[in-house]
Write a protein that binds this ligand. Sequence first.
Ligand code: SF4
Length: 264
Amino acid sequence: MNIKPCNKRPILNPCTLPGRNYQVDPYIGCEHHCHYCYALNQAETDWRKEVLIHEDIAGRLASELTGIPPQTIYLGWQTDAYQPCEAQYRQTHQVLALLLEKDFSASILTKSDLVLRDMDLLQKMSAATVSVSVAFNEDHTRSLFEANTMDNESRIEALRQLKEAGVRTAALLCPVIPYITDVTPLIDMLAPHTEKIWIYGLSMINRSDQNWQNVAKILENNFPDLRKKIETVVFTKNHPYWEKLRQDLIQLQRDRNLNLSIHV
Ligand code: SF4
């Protein structure tokens, strides 16, 4: 992996998530290279070969935080804060240490158990939250759609340890791929270790987008009988597949008293 410096852009950026004003992407690009990732449509480099890092991330972020009252900062909008190069480059670690020093908290979404390395910092924050996302029931299928991520078991074990250590945890079941993702067993795996599970269907904007092109190729090569069916569901708003899934999830939530946030 080629890691190159980038000094030109701000580190702190506005965040559109409810309850969050700011977000930080410690990297520009993501080695995890999930083929469905919406951020691939704006990628500046080939993430399989090159990721950019902010030089002096802590020093520059410290000056950008001047005058901003302590609050929770979202980490990992268009990147994974714990992608493999974080083990060496420690950009996320530096950001968390600075946020803690200034009485801020962090809300992190990741697909890696490397987050456990920073558990001591997260424990000391007043409102830190760590979420992991999962989308596939089998590891072989995961490896087709997510070129360079960890298996579900490692992610869920990270959640377990974080929760046990007193850090708030949540999960994303995302993206639900019609006819491929079986949501109930994944909910069963996640529920004991999370306060809330957010569920999102595979969402695509245009057939010409890079992420759909990637997914279509994987489907063509590995699930040829499902390819057309999946495409129809994905590009049809309120398709009966989504409606049925929504109703099933509402029922599951009631039956098991789960805290689900359903967006399919
Ligand atoms: S981990 Fe997240 S940011 Fe990185 S490629 Fe996958 S979906 Fe995109």
